[in-house]
Write a protein that binds this ligand. Structure first.
Ligand code: SF4
Length: 420
């Protein structure tokens, strides 16, 4: 079988190749907290958490909901959102009520569009140019208060980077970057970069999103995201911001530093002296017991690298390690992620999560996928090892190279240590 497989050319999962303009004839099917998705292992709910932020109480609520309504685990997505799986038939109303009481469902109409990824260590470790978590909260409030924003797709993404460059490359449709001067923000949108006053940054992000909706309506192709707009239909960011009353200056896009994803470790103490640490969830899932082991903490932030930043936690790294969390960068589970795979997803060719548990350690992230959709893969392209099931799971493509399952550990060990 292996010999018959063509050597697969590595195509970027970021941008599937298209010969014809994209036309979408339906809304996106992204699950939400109110719109549950039926999977092979039960219903799935995805809960948007702007900036990944949770209180200790909310973590406890999610852990209890996972145990009582789902399969006992909390998934962390590549956007720092939370997922509950294995939900039973007819538990949607109960789940919604639980989430609403905990303050996790501020808007029924906008719950799927609150996709805001932010630098998880912003304001904690003295790096970056400001505490952009404050922008995140303002942006979320503005989004939920803007009726038209409810028309955004569940895939449209806002990225808010504090200037260190850890999340700026995550493929935001609208990206805000804290500027070095501390008084302004850079707005990246539709191929343009504009400087706006820091105080107007959240407002500018919403104005850009509304300009996208205008452009998508004019194009008539049902675009869900900015790169899907056809040629000739790009929005005009300067005009959109001017119409919103925001002073904006087009600027040359600066070379943003690219900070590596947060490693599991204590964070450097910042100017405010907050004690914080970062851990990873094994394969991006916390058991209810692991979620409770994080508590109490002044704040919990889920990260787009499927980890957690804890602010002023009661637990130390040793305690968290004893609960099975990844607390050191050199452990094999660090940087290993996988899609749902079998048996939860009918499309999967293999139990990729079981395979991922055998992955050897290495500096580069590695992601296992059960099919070519590569759900939840890391970003940006070219910075991670792509392991794709093929041939009923007896063969995998490691960065496009067919590899028998039995040779996977050796191939992955090499790929994870190969500079790219
Ligand atoms: S990548 Fe494919 S197999 Fe994996 S969860 Fe997505 S659709 Fe399912």
């Amino acid at each position: 079988m292996l010999a018959a497989m063509p050597a697969t050319r590595r195509t970027s999962p970021e941008r599937p190749e298209r010969d014809e303009p994209l036309v979408r004839d339906r809304g996106d099917a992204c699950p939400g907290a109110l719109r549950l998705h039926r999977a092979d292992d039960g219903f799935l709910a995805r809960l948007r958490l702007p900036g990944g932020r949770l209180t200790s109480h909310q973590v406890e609520v999610l852990a209890t909901a996972a145990e009582e309504l789902g399969d006992g685990g909390i998934g962390i997505t590549s956007r720092g959102n939370a997922e509950l799986r294995g939900l039973g038939d007819g538990c949607g109303a109960e789940l919604a009520a639980v989430l609403e009481r905990a303050g996790l469902l501020p808007s029924a109409t906008h719950e799927r569009v609150r996709n805001i990824v932010a630098s998880p260590a912003a304001g904690l470790d003295g790096l970056g140019h400001g505490d952009v978590q404050l922008w995140v909260r303002a942006l979320d409030t503005l989004l939920c208060a803007t009726p038209r924003a409810a028309s955004l797709s569940g895939r449209f993404l806002f990225v808010v980077d504090d200037g260190r460059g850890d999340v700026a490359g995550l493929g935001g449709d609208v990206t805000l970057l804290a500027a070095e001067d501390g008084d302004s923000a850079l707005l990246r949108f539709a191929g343009h970069t504009l400087r706006v006053p820091a105080a107007d940054a959240p407002h500018a992000a919403v104005a850009a999103a509304l300009a996208f909706l205008d452009a998508a309506a004019a194009a008539g192709n049902g675009a869900w995201r900015v790169p899907e707009l056809p040629a000739g239909h790009a929005p005009d960011p300067a005009a959109a911001l001017a119409a919103a009353g925001i002073a904006a200056e087009p600027v040359q896009d600066p070379q943003t530093p690219q900070a590596a994803p947060l490693a599991p470790a204590p964070l450097a103490p910042g100017p405010l002296g907050a004690r914080a640490l970062s851990v990873l969830a094994p394969l991006g899932r916390l058991t209810a017991a692991q979620a409770r082991a994080l508590l109490p903490a002044a704040e919990v932030r889920l990260t787009p690298w499927r980890g957690v930043v804890l602010v002023e936690p009661a637990a130390g790294l040793a305690t968290l390690a004893a609960h099975g969390l990844v607390t050191a960068p050199d452990t094999p589970a660090a940087g290993v992620t996988a899609c749902t795979g079998r048996p939860g997803c009918a499309k999967s060719l293999a139990d990729v999560r079981a395979e991922a548990l055998r992955a050897p350690a290495g500096p580069l992230p590695v992601h296992f996928s059960g099919c070519e959709r590569r759900c939840g893969h890391p970003r940006p392209a070219g910075t991670w090892v792509d392991v794709l099931a093929a041939d009923g799971g007896e063969t995998y493509l490691v960065d496009g190279v067919p590899t028998p399952r039995t040779s996977l550990p050796a191939a992955i060990a090499t790929a994870r240590t190969t500079t790219r």
